[in-house]
Design a binder for this molecule. Structure first.
Ligand code: B12
Length: 157
């Protein structure tokens, strides 16, 4: 869909943010990414969607080049915990991407058992927020509205 064919913004966010949307290197699901992209764009944000099965080095290099306001990691295949840990460690280990704000959500495991331990490990690896399985994507709109400071310099899309 071309930008001009998309529906008009549902509201004008204050301010509009640049979001880099990614999933884990093992995760082939795409409709979660499409849904999140459309939701955020319809609320006036700019989204670069890396698509399915994103290798960690591609994520690090793209974040380094584009300097987004927020990295949103979405995973639903049940391996989000392991994929998310690798991605966070790679981003936090590179000086270009060490301080980028990042959050993760979707379905991070295959059972509710162990969810709090998984969340603690993901926070420890560097995520600013870990959304529990089943959290509606509108939580991201509140997160974006609450980001400090002006929009970061370079465009993510
Ligand atoms: C379609 C589908 C597939 C397709 C994907 C095709 C494609 N191009 O996307 C195919 C057939 C490839 C597939 C494969 C597999 N799948 Co599949 N798949 C589904 C299915 C039926 C629908 C997913 C979908 O498109 N939903 C629509 C989108 C819009 O919704 P969503 O994914 O729920 O995302 C929303 C929320 O999760 C949330 N959200 C997502 N990310 C984030 C992030 C944040 C920060 C927040 C706040 C919210 C949020 O918002 C999103 C938008 O509303 C689901 C079951 C289901 N009914 O949901 C299983 C499901 C996701 N698959 C599952 C599994 C296990 C697999 C396989 C491992 C199966 C296998 N053994 O091969 C493989 C994995 C392949 C891989 N390498 O990843 C499991 C995951 C189990 C778990 N996590 O507990 C599910 C839940 C089925 C099940 N009940 O067991 N799958």
């Amino acid at each position: 869909m071309t930008p001009s064919a998309r529906p008009q913004s549902l509201r004008s966010p204050q301010p509009s943010r640049r979001v880099l949307l990614t999933t884990g290197s093992s995760d082939a699901h795409t409709w979660n990414l499409v849904h999140l992209q459309l939701l955020l764009e319809e609320h006036g944000h700019s989204v670069l969607n890396l698509g399915p099965c994103v290798p960690e080095q591609l994520l690090v290099d793209t974040v380094g080049m584009t300097d987004p306001d927020l990295v949103v990691f979405s995973s639903v295949n049940g391996h989000g915990h392991q994929d998310g840990l690798r991605a966070a460690r790679a981003l936090r280990a590179d000086e270009r991407t060490r301080s980028v704000p990042m959050v993760i959500g979707g379905l991070l495991g295959i059972s509710p058992e162990g969810a709090s331990t998984r969340a603690a490990e993901l926070l420890d690896a560097g995520y600013d927020e870990v959304y529990a399985d089943g959290t509606p994507p509108t939580a991201l709109l509140r997160r974006l509205a609450g980001l400090d400071g002006a929009c970061r310099g370079r465009a993510a899309a």
